[in-house]
Design a protein around this ligand. Structure first.
Ligand code: KIV
Length: 285
């Protein structure tokens, strides 16, 4: 990462550690121009958000995938705005450098531009997020225009939009036909014209994602969209290997679930055989 790193001013000649600045909305355009690949992960709480932030991630998505990944819902539809605000607030409070993007949940913005504004304003005020993400194309362009012209940065989301999975017939690859690919391009341009800062492309054939990336001046962030996009996003539990399964487009970069399970077993065994707590964990009178 080079864009949002600067050096502290100093009167001495001693070399100064680089200071990482917060990723700002202007950094989207700069990244696209510089060919810097954007990195984004979901986080649903402050503990994980802090780890991703300190590791150098550009963007953290307080995603509505918290619904099925953490909260025990079947899909993203049931999660409420109140629940999303708690999630986004926890992520925002723990994050010093990344931009926090908060998902607006299903049913909280679609009805009208005013509906979207009221929800987005509440999210921004109460969570401290820096931007919001909405699913959909031209049909919500006016909503996005009202948000961006009112000072709320927006990330769009096209391709597989999980909040519409009942209409889409499940979680399947989108924009496979020429007509659907053309529609996706038109939708992406509509989001850009409405002032969106970036667009997530989910489960889109790689050549279609490459085409969208080429025609847009704003960055695309892919998930299951190949490499010819301006950045990548993954659900953190898939990235870290929290479970045995992850979608085909995700790669497990660790085995965190196994490590947690091993630690838990060790803890249980140590409590049972009274090797924990040891003298170093124990207070004397
Ligand atoms: O909520 C989420 O995890 C998302 C990603 C799939 C981009 O929207």
């Amino acid at each position: 990462m080079t864009e949002h790193v600067s050096h502290q001013r100093s009167d001495t000649s001693a070399p100064q550690a680089p200071v990482r600045k917060r990723f700002r909305v202007q950094d989207f355009a700069r990244s696209k121009n510089d060919g810097h690949k954007l990195t984004m992960l979901t986080a649903y709480d402050g503990v994980t958000a802090r780890i991703f932030d300190e590791a150098g991630i550009d963007l953290i998505l307080a995603g509505d995938s918290v619904a099925d990944n953490m909260l025990g819902y079947e899909n993203t539809l049931p999660v409420s705005l109140d629940e999303m605000i708690v999630v986004a607030r926890s992520v925002s409070r723990a994050t010093k450098h990344a931009m926090v993007v908060a998902d607006l949940p299903f049913g909280s913005y679609e009805a009208s531009p005013i509906h979207a504004f009221e929800t987005a304003a509440r999210m921004m005020k109460e969570s401290g997020a820096h931007a919001v993400k909405l699913e959909g194309g031209a049909r919500i362009a006016e909503h996005i225009h009202l948000l961006t012209s009112s000072g709320i940065p927006v990330v769009g989301h096209l391709g597989l939009t999980p909040q519409s999975e009942n209409m889409l017939g499940g979680k399947r690859v989108q924009a496979r036909s020429d007509a659907a690919a053309e529609q996706l391009c038109q939708d992406a341009l509509a989001l850009q014209d409405a002032g969106a800062s970036a667009v997530v492309l989910e489960m889109v054939p790689a050549p279609v994602a490459a085409r969208v990336t080429e025609i847009l001046a704003i960055p695309t962030i892919g998930i299951g969209a190949g490499t010819e996009v301006d950045g990548q996003v993954l659900v953190w539990t898939d990235m870290a290997g929290m479970g045995d399964w992850s979608p085909r487009f995700a790669k497990q970069f660790g085995k965190v679930g196994q490590a947690l399970s091993d630690a838990t077993r060790d803890y249980i065994a140590a409590v049972k055989d009274v090797s924990f707590p040891g003298p170093e964990h124990t207070f004397e009178k």
